[in-house]
Write a protein that binds this ligand. Structure first.
Ligand code: THG
Length: 262
């Protein structure tokens, strides 16, 4: 399971504040803590309010590089921010993300290739997030076809079916689990998948419980990666245990410690 830490996001008040005041130690701490807690990668998002997202992305990456060479997922809808992020973050980074429109794929797939980066493809296009399962599968197939056509290795591609909050789109939560299972029929080997897990609990009062319950269900439905809060220990323990029960790791009494130590 690819674990991507979500905490360096200007959506969070502490990060927004750190960006404003150039407080490097807050960013250092968030980077180190998430990796120690089991994140394989860190999602980096300059946030919704910044006046200069490129400069913010530069500052965040340079600050993170003072403490770790870990791979980074560059989370931005702006092409120039993504490209700058890939340049600064170096090999093994990830583009988060592209939509499934041809115009977007024609830019982002070659960009991923150029920087030897992984690529998240969202199953949405200009028209927005489709409700229909079949449309989601069609968009996933379209992303994969484009990557194959342009020689981007499919092991570097992750399809994101887009998790919506349970309090506004309840039926979509169950549907997304079906979609994860149906994705497996699209290609052989099946495509890798990723979700922004915390979306599911936005605006609810039981965030941690909802997040970890949904993560276990999604892992059982074949999910291969997730953008999560890795400092939520119960979430990480639930994920590790789900993978154990799905026979992905060998049982021993100390399987949680063993996983954490890799
Ligand atoms: N798919 C992909 N990338 C993504 C998402 C996705 N990146 C962003 C997001 N979704 C995943 N990351 C987060 C980060 C934070 C929160 C949710 C998802 C979150 N933040 C608090 C909130 O909104 O309540 C912020 C408030 C605070 O605590 O200060 O929930 O789906 N590819």
């Amino acid at each position: 399971m690819l674990v991507i830490g979500e905490l360096i996001n200007g959506m969070y008040q502490n990060v927004e504040q750190a960006i404003k005041t150039k407080n490097r130690s807050i960013i250092h701490k968030l980077a180190k803590e998430q990796l120690e807690a089991g994140a394989d990668m860190l999602d980096i998002n300059a946030g919704p309010h910044g006046a200069d997202p490129k400069e913010t992305m530069r500052w965040l990456i340079e600050t993170i590089r003072e403490v770790t060479p870990a791979p980074l997922a560059i989370d931005s809808t702006k092409l120039d921010v993504v490209e700058l992020g890939l340049k600064l973050a170096g090999e093994g980074s990830m583009i988060n993300s592209t939509k499934a429109d041809d115009e977007k794929l024609d830019i982002y797939v070659p960009l991923a290739k150029k920087y030897k980066a992984k690529l998240i493809g969202l199953t949405m296009d200009k028209k927005g997030v489709p409700r229909d399962k079949n449309v989601k599968c069609e968009l996933a197939a379209k992303i994969l076809a484009k990557c194959m056509e342009m020689d981007l290795p499919l092991e570097d591609v992750y399809i994101d079916p887009i998790v919506l909050p349970v309090n506004v789109a309840q039926a979509q939560c169950a549907e997304l689990l079906d979609v994860l299972r149906e994705f497996k029929l699209i290609s052989d080997p099946p495509p890798q998948t990723v979700v922004g897990l915390s979306n599911v609990s936005q605006g609810t009062k039981q965030r941690s419980l909802i997040n970890r319950t949904y993560l276990v269900m999604a892992v059982a439905s074949g999910l291969s990666g997730a953008i999560v809060d890795p400092l939520d220990k119960e979430l990480m323990d639930a994920m590790i245990t789900a993978e154990l029960l799905l026979n992905k790791n060998i049982y021993c009494d100390s399987y949680i410690d063993a996983y954490r130590k890799r």
